[in-house]
Structures are given as structure tokens and as C-alpha cells.
Design a protein around this ligand. Structure first.
Ligand SMILES: O=P(O)(O)OC[C@H]1O[C@H](O[C@H]2O[C@H](CO)[C@@H](O)[C@H](O)[C@H]2O)[C@H](O)[C@@H](O)[C@@H]1O
Length: 256
């Protein structure tokens, strides 16, 4: 993935970027949610869900969460099983009409991979395993010094399982089936109602969100990187989840 030449630092997006004809795609961790050591320990700010409900209504339902988390985890956090969502980087997708699509994964290969990933984790004390169903993540936010070992060892494990690949993220290395990423997930959603024909806007913070930025840019939309991670193909930036909440509140006020 190549970042375009940029001579100026990225600026903040104007709230008027989002119109009633936009489709809004929102990453969860690091974008809507501040990071926590334990993936189960994140909190959803009071006021966030009602604000997203309002925005979703203002956009005719064209608002979706796009996350590395399973959809079940998003539903536990946000309590909104009616929202469109892409979970596990698009391996599972829920349309605005509630229809669910899931990837087909070889159960025998997945079971063998799971054993190998747990064995690797047990050799690296302090590394946390998150078994998400189709994908398995090894977390090292609490033990950042484990990052070097994970970066070196996870590709060798993945190489034994041709259907899988390693997706690095923020203090995490995820084993996931090949062939799906957040860009493909957004592309699929843009083919369905009520997203089709709308101008996509995508907010995300991580490497995994760059796939979506590429697709959104190619569709004439806008990509917004949260934080300072570089390089990026995003066109705008916001500093933090708190900055995202404030910006979304301004967007909602602009749309009324
Ligand atoms: O695509 P996202 O919604 O950003 O999800 C990416 C991963 O987020 C979670 O991990 C990240 O957040 C955790 C909680 O703050 C943090 O402990 C971890 O270091 C981060 O990588 C989630 O646990 C993963 O399953 C997602 O893939």
C-alpha cells in the first residue's frame, strides 16, 4: 500500500464533509473507543450510542461499524443489533436489513491453527489470547516488549496454515482467514442498501483501516485517520476518540 505524496500535514475534516447523502463507516477500538489493556475492559462513553443512533437516522440508516472485533462483541458493547456492521475485518457482515453473511472457513485448519496459536502464546507469558471464532488475536499491550517476538514468530506459524495470514494491528497480531479485509468489507456494503450510491466517509486509526481508506478514496469519499500513525492514505485526521466524538456531534448538529 503506497501513501500519496503529501507536502502538508493532514488537517481536521470540516463537519460539512458529511451530508444527508453520505454513508458513514466507523472503526471501533482506537476510533470510537479509547484503548484498554483488556479487550473486554473497554468502556463506551455515555452519550456515544444515542449520538450514533441520531446520526444513523439522519443518514437514512447508512451508518456501519467496521471492526476487527466479532459482531457479537460489538453488540455487547454498543447494544445495537440493528446497526449494520462488519466484524472480524469483514469475515462476518450484517446488512442494514439485518441479514448476516459469514465467511466459509475450513474447520479442521482453524482447529489446528488454534492449537498452534495457543502453544505460541504459552511460550510468551503475558501475551493475551483473544479467540474470536474465525480469527485469533495475540495481544501485547500490557507487555509491549513481547512485540518483537510476536512480529518474528507469528508469520512462521501462519505459514503452516495456507488459508490464514497474520494481520498486525495496535499491539496485536491476528491470525485471520485470507481474502477479506476492511476495504473489501466496505466495498461489499457500498453495493447494498442504504449505502449504495452514497459518498463514503470512513474513520479509523489502525493499519487495518488503511485497506478501507484506499477503497473509500477510490469511491470519491473521504478517509479520516484517528491519531498519528504513519504512513496513511487518509485525507484528514482527528486526534483521538474524544476528538471523534466531538466531531461526530458537530456533524450531527450540521445535519439538522
Ligand atoms: O478494528 P477495530 O474495531 O479497531 O478492532 C481492532 C482490534 O481491537 C481490539 O484490540 C485493540 O483494542 C483493545 C482494547 O482497547 C486493546 O487491548 C488492543 O491492544 C488493541 O489491539 C480487539 O480486541 C481486537 O479483536 C480487534 O481486532
Amino acid at each position: 500500500m503506497t501513501a500519496p505524496h503529501r507536502s502538508l500535514p493532514l488537517g481536521a475534516p470540516p463537519p460539512s464533509l458529511v451530508t444527508a447523502r453520505s454513508a458513514l463507516f466507523l472503526d471501533a477500538d482506537g476510533t470510537l473507543l479509547a484503548f484498554a489493556d483488556d479487550p473486554e475492559g473497554v468502556t463506551v462513553d455515555s452519550g456515544l450510542v444515542p449520538m450514533l443512533d441520531r446520526l444513523r437516522e439522519q443518514l437514512g440508516g447508512a451508518l456501519a461499524l467496521v471492526s476487527g472485533r466479532p459482531i457479537a462483541s460489538l453488540d455487547r458493547l454498543f447494544g445495537r443489533p440493528a446497526w449494520a456492521a462488519a466484524g472480524q475485518h469483514g469475515l462476518e457482515r450484517r446488512g442494514a436489513n439485518g441479514a448476516i453473511e459469514t465467511a466459509i472457513v475450513d474447520p479442521a485448519e482453524l482447529a489446528a491453527l488454534r492449537d498452534a496459536v495457543f502453544a505460541l502464546a504459552s511460550s510468551l507469558p503475558g501475551v493475551r489470547v483473544e479467540d474470536k471464532g474465525f480469527s485469533i488475536a495475540l495481544h501485547c499491550r500490557e507487555r509491549p516488549e513481547r512485540q518483537t517476538a510476536l512480529a518474528a514468530l507469528t508469520p512462521a506459524v501462519a505459514a503452516r496454515f495456507p488459508g490464514f495470514e497474520v494481520q498486525p494491528g495496535s499491539y496485536v497480531y491476528e491470525f485471520k482467514p485470507r481474502g477479506m479485509d476492511k476495504g473489501k468489507a466496505v466495498e461489499a456494503m457500498l453495493r447494498s442498501e442504504p449505502f449504495a450510491g452514497r459518498r463514503p466517509i470512513y474513520l479509523g486509526d489502525d493499519f487495518t483501516d488503511e485497506h478501507a481508506f484506499v477503497i473509500v478514496n477510490a469511491h470519491g469519499g473521504s478517509s479520516i485517520r484517528v491519531g498519528t500513525r504513519e504512513p496513511t492514505v487518509a485525507g484528514f485526521t482527528l486526534p483521538s476518540p474524544a476528538g471523534v466524538h466531538a466531531w461526530l456531534a458537530d456533524v450531527s448538529a450540521t445535519l439538522t
